[in-house]
Structure formats: C-alpha cells, structure tokens
Design a protein around this ligand. Structure first.
Ligand SMILES: Cc1ncc(COP(=O)(O)O)c(C=O)c1O
Length: 484
C-alpha cells in the first residue's frame, strides 16, 4: 500500500479555505519559515480512499473475536454512543456552574451510588482516568490514612502477588512505597505461609486482583484479609477483573478497603486503541475523608461538587473526571439493571466452556474452574515441536482472531491468557476452539507453517524489538531541511 506522501501530486487539494478579509499580518523575518511545509497534496477522493484503506487494515472488537486476557474487549453497545452524544452531555462546559449542570451531576452521583453497591463499599471518587491511575490514587489514600494516624513513616511496604499486572509494582514505586512480592501456591492462590512471613508492622497494605490474572478466585481471601487487618494494614483491590464477579461477590465483603474499577473494561467503552478510560475508586468509611476533591454530593433534590474536604489528597485529574466514560458506563449498567449479575455469569460460563474444550490440546497449569478468563501454556508444543506461545498467537491472526495475551502472568511459561467475555455467542467460541485445535495439529505436522505465521496479514512476522526501539514514524524525504 502506498503512503500518503507517495500519492501526493503537486497542486492537488482536498478543500479550499474561504478568502479571508482580515488585514494581512506581517511576521517578523526571523519567525518566517524558509520553505513551505512538505505536506502531502491529494484531492478528496484519493484522501478518503487512503484513510479508508488504512482503517480496513485495523483489527478491532467490531471486526472479529478479541480474546485478549485481562483487557476485557467486549462489545460496546451503540446506544451508549447515542446517549453520550445528546447535546446536554456533549456540549456541557466543564466550568459550567453546578446549577446549570444538574443532569450531569445527577448522573455522576447515581454512578457513584451504583459503583459503591457493586464494590460493597460506601464512598466513591470518579476522578481517576484509568485503572493504573486508580491504583496510584488508592496508594496515595493509604499513605494519607497512615499519616493521619501517625504511622506514615513506619508503614512503608506494599505487598503484591507474583502474578500481579505490571501496573501494580509500577504504582507502588511511583507512590513511594517499597515492594514485596508473595508467591502463588500450587492451586493458584496466594501462598499463605509466604504471606504470613512477609506481613509485619512495616506493611501498609496488599494490592491484589481477585480473580487473579490466572483467572482464579483466591480461595483463601478471607484469611488473607484477616492477616492484613490483624497487622493494622489495608487491602487494595485491583478491579481490572471485576467483570467476573459483578452482583455475585463484592470486594468490600471479601475484606478489601479500597477498590478501583476499570470502567472501560467492565462497563464497556471503546478502548484498546488509546481511547479514554475511567478508573474510579471506592473506599471504606475510614478512608473516605481522604478521597480526591471535589466529590459529587446530593442536597435534597439538588446535586453539587463538594470542595470542603480538609483531609483530601486533592485532585488527581482535571475537572470532574472523564465525563463521556461516565455516561457510557451509566447507560451500560442501567440497560442491564438488576440483571448485571448475568453479565458476569455469562462471562464466566464462556471462559469455562473454552477451557474445557482446549485443555486437552494445550497445557492447563492450574486445573480448576476458572472465572472470566484462564491461562493455558504452549509449553507442550514448545517441548514436542518447538512451537512457542508467540507462534500460536501469530498464527491465530491468519484466521482473523486477535491473539490472546501472551507471556503473562509471568509464573506460567509460554502463557496464553484467554478472555472471551460475555458478548461472544457459542458459534464464535466453537470457531476459536477449532482454530486452536488446528494450530496444535499444525504444530505437530507442519511446524514451519506456524513458525512463519502470519501468512495472510498486511505484514509478516516483524522484528518487534527493533520496531519498538527504532520506530520509523516519519517519511524519508531524500533531503531534510532544518528550519534556521
Ligand atoms: C490486572 C490489571 N490491573 C491493572 C490494569 C491497568 O488498567 P488501565 O489499563 O486502565 O490503566 C490492567 C490493564 O490491563 C490489568 O489487566
């Protein structure tokens, strides 16, 4: 496919600006560019064809099956886009005074109430813009809580699981805590003996995903919570996997004190291509005074932003948070209503169906019922035929299937982390199973086909390290003029 610069013809234009009648402004000589910018020159039809052809090459949830573990790539209901485009939401200025933004504030307040119910915790801040920012906010809340109790200097360590998502240790370090990792036991739970040995008077808290990134619900969670609370520490719930448990079990009931939600995963939102996210946090009453300011409060029938929060950690994001994400998530939740539980039940059913049908062809390191996702290992294919998890992932692309998450969590060698989500019908799941079985068969009979995949995509196997370290993101004109 030609680049837009290669389609360029001198003098071609896709539009013409109206002649302006303002006085001409003379720029000082030293600010004027020496030569015109070298922009591509194309007429509108060619321009449209170019970008349409590019967009055709994109893969997304709207084009095919996207079982990217931990990322919850589910269908985004189109009605949400209609709702978020309503002029009253779309055209609202973030500095609009409270009296003129009652509908928006009511929606935010309602969303806070629903999220509090889902988490089983009383207070919510909608501000954080992503799961990872929710994590950082949660850790700042922990710090503020301990400082308020005079324990700030002593409580300097956060414990995470060895299966934790990379953002967990990154947030811990960014928030200025020391990091300690706890091992996973043979059933995929936190190893309680290792945990007991590591929790002490220096521990500020735990940061855990439950179900874990192995797709397993921690069977010892009540005991885990007891160990931390007995040591005076707090528990943080990384809610990236909340899609498995909505309406079924609540982090607050499990013993967690602070929770983040990934609105863009659990409650739908076009994401994955860098779209906006939402990472609200919910907290227990003892942490509530420290929540970011402002929060949305209700006075009788009116709603307002509450700034008078003397112990607050302050703002973590501009304005009230990612408002469009709130509208979509609210519409999503309201369309399920009390049946939100069915969303999670179906997500778990779909994952267990796939697990049951794939565990003979690929290794299953933890042979238990899974939650909304599960982790297989291509270790058997590597040992017997030299085919790796990466080879399997690349071959899937030839069948118009997005690869699952690979090589994560780190505790599983040759990991393939698969999350089908609740919005896939049985036929799609069966197609995926057939393709996965086909690839396992190819690994034995014609491994070179898998090794050299993909065969039918716009590009073949790329040097991913070079692409990441030396990306070529500008057009290579023969001669480059640097402005003086
Ligand atoms: C388990 C887990 N925790 C945290 C995050 C971070 O969430 P976000 O991408 O919204 O920052 C992710 C994202 O994939 C995740 O899977």
């Amino acid at each position: 496919m030609k680049l837009i610069y290669e389609r360029s013809q001198p003098g071609r234009r896709a539009g013409r600006l109206p002649r302006y009648d303002l006085p001409k402004v003379e720029l000082p000589e030293h600010l004027r560019r020496a030569s015109p910018p070298r922009l591509p020159e194309v007429a509108e039809p060619e321009l449209v064809r170019h970008f349409t052809a590019l967009s055709d090459r994109n893969f997304g949830i709207d084009t095919g099956f996207y079982p990217l573990g931990s990322c919850t790539m589910k269908h985004n209901p189109r009605v949400n886009e209609r709702v978020v485009s309503l002029p009253g939401f779309r055209d609202l200025h973030p500095y609009q005074e409270d009296e003129g933004a009652q509908g928006a504030l009511e929606l935010m307040w309602n969303l806070q109430e629903i999220l509090a119910e889902v988490a089983g915790l009383p207070a919510v801040s909608l501000q954080p813009a992503a799961g990872s920012q929710g994590e950082l906010t949660g850790l700042m809340l922990m710090r503020a809580y301990f400082e308020d109790r005079g324990e700030g200097a002593r409580r300097d360590t956060i414990i995470t699981a060895d299966t934790a998502h990379g953002t967990n240790p990154a947030s811990v370090t960014m928030a200025g805590f020391k990091l300690e990792k706890v091992e996973t036991d043979a059933r995929g739970n936190l190893d309680l003996a290792d945990l007991r040995a590591k929790v002490n008077e220096r521990t500020a808290g735990l940061m855990l995903t439950n179900p874990s990134t192995l797709g397993l619900f921690d069977e010892g969670i009540v005991e885990v919570a007891r160990i931390f609370h007995d040591a005076g520490a707090l528990l943080y719930y990384d809610g990236a996997n909340l899609n498995a448990v909505c309406g079924i079990s609540r982090p607050g009931d499990m013993g967690f004190d602070i929770v983040h939600y990934n609105l863009h995963k659990t409650f739908s939102q076009p994401h994955g291509g860098g779209g906006p996210g939402g990472g609200p946090v919910a907290v227990r009453d003892i942490v509530e005074p420290f929540l970011p300011s402002p929060t949305v409060v209700r006075d009788g029938d009116a709603f307002r932003l509450e700034y008078d929060r003397p112990k607050s950690i302050g703002r973590v994001r501009g304005f009230g948070g990612p408002f469009g994400v709130f509208v979509r998530s609210y519409a999503f939740i309201r369309s399920y209503g009390p049946g939100l539980k069915e969303m999670s039940e179906t997500a778990v059913l779909n994952a267990n169906y796939l697990l049951a049908r794939l565990k003979d062809a690929y290794e299953l390191p933890y042979d238990r019922h899974c939650m909304h996702e599960f982790v297989l290992s291509a270790r058997n294919l590597k040992r017997d035929h030299g085919i790796t998890a990466l080879d399997v992932a690349k071959r899937l692309m030839d069948f118009d299937i997005h690869p699952p998450t690979v090589y994560f969590p780190l505790v599983v060698p040759e990991a393939l982390m698969i999350e089908p989500t609740e919005t896939e019908p049985k036929e799609r799941l069966d197609e995926f199973v057939d393709v996965m079985h086909g690839i396992a068969g190819e690994a034995a009979e014609s491994p070179e086909v898998v090794k050299e995949a993909p065969h039918h995509r716009p590009v073949r196997r790329l040097d991913e390290v070079r692409a990441a370290k030396n990306p070529v993101v500008k057009y290579g004109f023969e001669e480059v003029t640097t402005p003086a």
